[in-house]
Write a protein that binds this ligand. Structure first.
Ligand code: AMP
Length: 359
């Protein structure tokens, strides 16, 4: 497919805040965006050219959506396989199906990563929890293999005696048992790969989670020069192996023995929001460039940034944050502030030691 030019339409599966910020970036490059979202009032619809409100089982709606766009991407990785089959027969989907299938299932993901020679936490398929505990040991974390996010679908197992109850709490869902990693901190790398195979990697960010939800991302992350280049190389390796096109988030644990890959997300990522105010070309524009066949942009970091998520009632602090120097607000236009709901974020920008040209 040729490079998309102004006036072309990018179809996005999912209408949340990631879709909203992708749509804004696409419109800056002269594109139209068509959002496909089953739920009512999606945040992305406010800034999109067209909206389809239909389920992922509605074949007529899927067909009409695909016919109306030039390329299909997604902000949400749990799109049903049957919907993807139907869409892919009509228009290209970027990133590709293999990236989605790999990241949708924690076991497929870990098998893929270990196959690349990368290190992950010890793991075992856990339909027989006693056998899994025997293989992995304790402490460990039991996770559903699919549909987990923000720490949901997880149970800590401190001793073998806790295993049966943890397993029962998963209500029969397929699970994987992971050995507990004694990490000092968590970082993530946001990386992009273009249609021509070129790769651009953002400087790693350091993540802090509260109650399983990302709270802050800080750049620069605390990493040695060797760890920093390892992080970048790990991300590039994953993208090349998947023949990936678009932006990916790669979450890493920093340990005394090196970096372990926790998980990959085949989409723009919350821990990459700092790029909106720390780089000339942010993760959203980079993703739109990649899926449109454009050259990747300059992802070098020009400033230090602390990104803070505004969750639930944090939204009440907006009037104060709005008066802060160096604070760039990004709000998602969600009407109702429920506990745990991501309402927006703030990037606090400062001039540090001069940035880093990781891109
Ligand atoms: P995940 O949904 O896999 O990203 O896990 C959510 C959070 O739980 C991670 O960001 C870690 O803080 C923690 N966590 C997940 N897996 C492990 C592990 N194997 N060892 C230690 N902590 C973990």
């Amino acid at each position: 497919m040729a490079i998309l030019t102004s006036g072309a339409t990018i179809g996005i599966l999912g209408g949340g805040q990631l879709g909203r910020m992708l749509a804004v970036a696409a419109s800056r490059l002269g594109f139209h965006v068509h959002i496909y979202e089953p739920g009512a009032n999606p945040p992305a619809a406010d800034v999109a050219h067209a909206l389809t409100t239909a389920s992922y089982e509605d074949e007529d709606a899927l067909r009409a959506f695909a016919a109306a766009v030039d390329v299909i991407t997604y902000e949400f990785e749990n799109v049903p396989t049957a919907a993807l089959d139907l869409l892919e027969a009509i228009r290209p989907i970027r990133p590709n199906r293999r990236a989605l299938a790999t990241s949708q299932d924690r076991i497929a993901e870990k098998d893929f990563l270990t196959g690349l020679g990368l290190t992950v936490a010890p793991y075992a398929e856990a339909s027989n929890i006693s056998a899994a505990i025997a293989a992995v040991g304790t402490p460990a974390i039991l996770k559903t293999t699919r549909f987990g996010y923000d720490g949901k679908g997880q149970a800590r197992i401190r001793t073998p005696e806790e295993a049966a109850a943890a397993h029962a709490s998963m209500n029969g869902a397929p699970t994987v048992l992971e050995g507990f990693v004694n990490f000092s901190h968590e970082v993530s790398v946001i990386a992009a790969r273009g249609l021509d195979g070129s790769v651009a990697v953002y400087d790693p960010g350091e993540n802090v989670h509260v109650d399983g939800i990302l709270s802050t991302t800080t750049v620069p992350a605390r990493l040695t020069p060797t760890q920093r280049s390892d992080a970048v190389l790990i991300a590039a390796r994953i993208l090349n192996a998947l023949d990936y096109v678009g932006v990916m988030g790669v979450e890493l644990f920093v340990t005394a023995d090196g970096l372990l890959v926790n998980e990959i997300a085949p989409r723009v990522h919350n821990s990459g929001h700092w790029t909106q105010n720390g780089c000339a070309v942010d993760q959203f524009e980079q993703h739109i460039r990649a899926v449109s066949g454009w050259p990747l942009g300059d992802g070098g970091r020009h400033s230090d940034v602390v990104m803070e998520n505004l969750i639930g009632d944090d939204i009440l602090r907006v009037p104060d944050i709005a008066t802060e120097r160096g604070a760039a607000l990004h709000l998602y236009g969600k009407a109702e502030a429920r506990p745990g709901r991501k309402m927006g974020h703030v990037n606090r920008v400062s001039q540090g030691a001069g940035g880093s040209r990781a891109g």
